[in-house]
Design a protein around this ligand. Structure first.
Ligand code: HEC
Ligand code: HEC
Length: 283
């Protein structure tokens, strides 16, 4: 999808919101806005070229993630029946995304951010599945991931039902965006030696991401004035998130997903910034 179409969709969503009772957003529209914006499944599942996501390969998989404990390849999650998820039911897809379980009972490995996806609301998850189903099937076989570590038996007890988070409360909705929807906090929070995130230092950054861009260290996005975003204006934070440009003009490297984040609407960006402003300054 090109930028113009994406912006068109963002405008349509804003108009829908402003229109209020006129017409509710359909699940497919909601799913499209989420996946092409804050959720950005394609940041891992769509092959990336120098200019961002590769055209015609949306969600076709294959990107390798090489870390000490694993060499994982993002799966093909287009509706292709042979190489993608075309034969999976909605319930199977929901279990895969939220609980990391495949239809055959095997567990999906990292770096899928299951800790956060467990908090995806039922409605948003159905919307994401509706959007995945609408994609053109791409026939593309992906190598099998290799985990040199034991995967847990499960990522937790069955999730059950998760309520919607009202968009009328910016800080609560911003927290939902930075957590379950966008997993900003997965990349921007240091990891404990046992692999869990150190949530006492949420947003402090310092995690290393190795890829064709070299090594990128995630930054401190707490309100610390010297090391974090405390001295940035709201507009500067928005520009970094949506355009990948810092106040000093320098550019952010991947895997920061600004190719996706730039399609967020004004309400979403406002909520995200309102939440970031609540992160206690931490060095
Ligand atoms: C940080 C990277 C990352 C993000 C973000 C991510 N995934 Fe994944 N996903 C992976 C990797 C890597 C695998 C393969 C893991 C394995 O082989 O066990 C995977 C596997 C899957 C599978 C299993 C497919 C199969 O055939 O086994 C599904 C379904 C899936 N992802 C859906 C999604 C959806 C939907 C989103 C967005 C809501 C998403 N993923 C976001 C990295 C990611
Ligand atoms: C897949 C990992 C990943 C995700 C997800 C992610 N980021 Fe980042 N982010 C990074 C990395 C890595 C950098 C540093 C890039 C560089 O220095 O070139 C960064 C940089 C930033 C910066 C610039 C800070 C500075 O001081 O330069 C901001 C602001 C930011 N991210 C906010 C967010 C927000 C908000 C979200 C969620 C909407 C988010 N990030 C999601 C990895 C990620």
């Amino acid at each position: 999808m090109n930028g113009l179409v994406r912006r068109g969709i963002a405008v349509a969503v804003v108009l829908l919101c402003l229109g209020g009772a006129a017409r509710a957003e359909t699940p497919l529209e909601r799913g499209r806005a989420l996946v092409n914006g804050i959720v950005a499944c394609g940041n891992c599942h769509t092959p990336q070229g120098p200019g961002g996501p590769v055209a015609g390969m949306e969600m076709a998989g294959g990107t390798p993630f090489v870390e000490e404990p694993f060499t994982a390849y993002a799966s093909n999650i287009t509706p292709d029946p042979e190489t993608g998820i075309g034969r999976w039911t909605d319930a199977q897809l929901i279990a895969a995304i939220r609980e990391g379980k495949r239809p055959d009972g095997s567990l999906i490995g990292p770096p899928m951010p299951f800790g956060f996806y467990r908090g995806l609301s039922d409605g948003d998850l159905r919307a994401i599945v509706a959007y995945l189903r609408s994609l053109p099937p791409v026939r593309h076989s992906v190598p099998k991931s290799e985990y040199r570590m034991a995967l847990p038996a499960a990522y937790g007890p069955p999730v059950g039902a998760v309520a919607e988070v009202p968009r009328t409360d910016p800080v609560a909705y911003g927290a939902y965006m930075a957590g379950p929807l966008g997993h900003c906090m997965e990349c921007h929070t240091p990891m404990l030696p046992d692999g869990r995130l150190d949530m006492t230092r949420a947003g402090v950054g310092g995690r290393a991401f190795v890829g064709p861009w070299g090594t990128a260290l995630s930054r401190n996005i707490t309100q610390d004035k010297e090391h974090g975003l405390g001295a940035w204006t709201d507009a500067q934070i928005r520009t970094a998130i949506t355009e990948g440009v810092r106040p000093d003009g320098s550019r952010l490297s991947p895997p920061m997903a600004y190719h996706y984040y730039r399609s967020m609407d004004d309400g979403e960006l406002g909520a995200l910034v309102a939440y970031l402003r609540t992160l206690p300054p931490t060095r």
